[in-house]
Design a protein around this ligand. Structure first.
Ligand SMILES: *Cc1c(COP(=O)(O)O)cnc(C)c1O
Length: 483
């Protein structure tokens, strides 16, 4: 029996806890203030890795000691996506405001599955903001999820229910006898393939349509694939266009896809994982024309939106259909019109999760504190930096661009014999240098150095540092490849 406060998990000495808490907050603020003095990334020493492979102690440690361990063994060996030199993958930089909001959410420990509570109203306010951003109707629904991978899966599942009716939830997709097929571009993210797999259609039911020289889905090839599938007795039900492909940052022709989907009564889904928030950037938004015609849009606040991980989102034009694709009757989810069980429908009626954290809070703080205009400027700025990088590459005879720079991703390489090997070595050398962290991708069969500029902290000097280090380390990699 709990008789005294000491038996709970709360501190026995709140003042000591408060002091320690302030120290931890100060340390993290120092870390963010002085990021530039640190390497982007450094390899983890074997002793540190080994220490994590020991069993957790039976004897409790105290908070201060555990925090020291965090400072010594965890902080220095994180991936570094908060760092301005990080351009490896499409990762967001996070913000100090987002960090504080996460702390508040942790203290509140809200469960946003449902019921009548202010945190759900915050989520609804963000949903309202998202509807407006994409010019969706009031009847559209939205839901925070882990990330776009989950949002893409939810998109496929709603499209399935739209095509086969809510009975499919009981009978399964095979009962109906139709063979449903879906389409996306060869440049699409793997999570679309996974969504088709997890939803039970099988990844073979997804047609990977070739891309044109701008890396956009080839619309004529898409039309041909649909016609062939229909002729073979199959049912096209889902097309995913991409805004900002993960490889090169291409934007599909959304207007053309929207028209095709209307004509053929096919669900139009947009994977706008990082690119959809370009709606905030007045210079880029016009290139997303047609996005407002989508049936569903999947995107992340944790990439270009700079909200700390994780904060994915799905927006669905037909909110009722979205609800009917997931809502379940259960006694413990009984609704009332008054009291704590009021406020239906609840977020749990719109996706597979019942217990849900308060992702909306850090997003709400980000939108309120920084504002749309500033967030949009960050997005424009990363694209301007990509153009700067492109110009530097074009000016260096030793470097060559491997793909058009549509948004914020630059794919290039160091010219050399045995270029694939040299550039692979070069990227590892850059990462280990701690100066800059690009990654690799393959473009038309050639290995490319890929720099994805997502972080709001990245400046011209970080781009120049990457190019300068590439030239220097490229020379070394090329010489060691010949020797
Ligand atoms: C990052 C990304 C995804 C996956 O999103 P997660 O948030 O990592 O699940 C899907 N599609 C594209 C185009 C992406 O860039």
């Amino acid at each position: 029996m709990l008789e005294t406060p000491e038996d709970t998990l709360d501190p026995s000495d709140w003042n000591a806890f408060r002091l320690q808490g302030h120290r931890m907050l100060d340390d993290m603020i120092d870390y963010l203030e002085h990021l530039r003095d640190q390497p982007v990334w450094q390899p983890m020493p074997d002793e540190v890795r080994d220490s994590f492979r020991q069993a957790l102690d039976d004897v409790p440690s105290d908070l201060a000691k555990t925090h020291e361990l965090f400072l010594k063994d965890v902080l220095p060996y994180a991936l570094g996506n908060v760092h301005p030199g990080f351009m490896g993958w499409v990762h967001g930089g996070g913000t100090p405001v987002g960090m504080l909001a996460e702390m508040l959410a942790g203290g509140l420990n809200a469960n946003l599955g449902g019921r009548d509570q202010s945190p759900i109203e915050i989520e609804r306010q963000v949903v309202q903001w998202v509807r407006r951003l994409f010019n969706f109707p009031e009847t559209a629904s939205g839901l925070f999820v882990t990330g776009t991978s989950m949002a893409n899966l939810i998109g496929v599942l709603i499209a399935r229910t739209a095509r086969l009716g809510t009975d499919v939830r009981h009978t399964g997709i095979a009962a109906n006898g139709q063979q449903l097929v879906a389409y996306t571009s060869a440049g699409a993210h793997i999570s679309i393939v996974q969504a088709m797999d997890i939803a039970g259609f099988g990844s073979a039911a997804l047609r990977m349509i070739p891309v044109d020289q701008l890396h956009q889905m080839d619309i004529a090839a898409l039309e041909r694939a649909i016609a062939e599938d229909k002729k073979a007795g199959m049912t096209p039900f889902f097309i995913a266009g991409t805004v900002g492909t993960v490889g090169v940052g291409a934007i599909d022709n959304l207007q053309a896809i929207a028209e095709l989907c209307e004509r053929e009564s096919i669900w139009f889904h947009v994977d706008g994982a990082y690119g959809a928030l370009a709606m905030l950037a007045p210079d880029i938004a016009p290139r997303l024309q047609g996005i407002g015609r989508a049936d569903s849009i999947a995107f992340d606040f944790h990439k270009w939106g700079q909200v700390p991980y994780d904060a994915g989102f799905i927006l669905v034009r037909d909110g009722e259909l979205h609800h009917n694709a997931f809502a379940s009757p259960a006694a413990y989810l009984k609704r009332e019109t008054r009291g704590m069980a009021a406020g239906s429908p609840w977020p749990c009626d719109f996706g597979p999760d019942l217990s849900r954290g308060f992702r909306a809070l850090k997003t709400w703080f980000t939108l309120k504190v920084y504002g749309e205009e500033k967030l949009g400027r960050v997005i424009s700025n990363t694209c301007a930096l990509a153009q700067h990088m492109k110009r530097r590459i074009e000016a260096e005879p030793q470097l060559e661009l491997l793909a058009p720079v549509a948004l914020n991703i630059v794919c290039f390489r160091y010219r050399s014999e045995d270029a694939d090997r040299v550039n692979a070595d070069l990227v590892v050398a850059l990462q280990e240098s701690g100066i800059a962290a690009p990654s690799t991708t393959t473009i038309n069969g050639q290995l490319a150095i890929r720099a994805a500029i997502v972080n709001h902290r990245t400046t011209v000097s970080d781009i120049d540092a990457l190019i300068d280090a590439t030239l220097e380390l490229g020379g070394i990699a090329a010489r060691s490849a010949c020797s």
